[in-house]
Design a protein around this ligand. Structure first.
Ligand code: HEC
Length: 151
């Protein structure tokens, strides 16, 4: 019994503390409040529309990349977090949605998304992420409706 309790305790601690606590976990991440309006300007400045579409945002002066069209924003079943958005901009090869389509990746598996890390300021990144996040909304989970069949 003593050993059973001990092993139960070990298993519980492992399941409780093993995940999400590595040095690359999002624990402790907090984004300062950004400006949505300024973020829209950043979005246009860095020509994100070359490869992306975003409902309500157009700029015909931006040359479109012919093969990449990825819609940003819209309804998602899970909330899109600031951490996910920051990651997808500064580390595009790490991914948060199911966009691992081969046409978006180099043969080495790297993302074809341009890396802006040496151009964009941190303030621009914060504003951009606030702007992008505001363009996502939560799609309510659709419950399966079961028909009631009387016996
Ligand atoms: C050269 C093309 C290109 C440009 C320019 C580009 N992206 Fe991307 N972006 C991509 C590709 C390709 C992906 C898919 C990521 C992957 O490789 O899995 C992506 C993915 C993303 C995602 C994740 C979307 C999802 O649902 O997973 C976000 C957010 C994003 N980009 C934001 C931006 C922003 C903001 C800019 C401008 C600062 C930008 N991108 C500029 C090509 C581009």
């Amino acid at each position: 019994m003593k050993y059973f309790l001990l092993s139960l305790f070990i298993v519980m601690s492992l399941t409780l503390f093993s995940c999400d606590e590595g040095v690359d976990s999002p624990r402790g991440f907090s984004l300062p409040k950004g400006s949505i309006e300024a973020g829209k300007i950043v979005f246009l400045k860095y020509k994100c529309l070359a490869c992306h579409t975003l409902k309500g945002i157009e700029d015909t002066s931006i040359a479109k990349q012919q093969t990449i069209f990825i819609a940003l924003g819209g309804k998602k079943t899970k909330i899109v977090t600031y951490a996910e958005l920051v990651t997808s901009i500064i580390n595009p090869s790490h991914k948060f949605s199911n966009l691992e389509l081969p046409e978006f990746r180099t043969p080495q598996g790297e993302s074809k998304m341009k890396v802006f890390n040496d151009e964009m300021t941190v303030t621009e990144l914060i504003d951009l992420v606030s702007f992008l996040q505001a363009n996502y909304s939560l799609k309510p989970y659709q419950q399966t409706r079961y028909q009631y069949y009387p016996h």
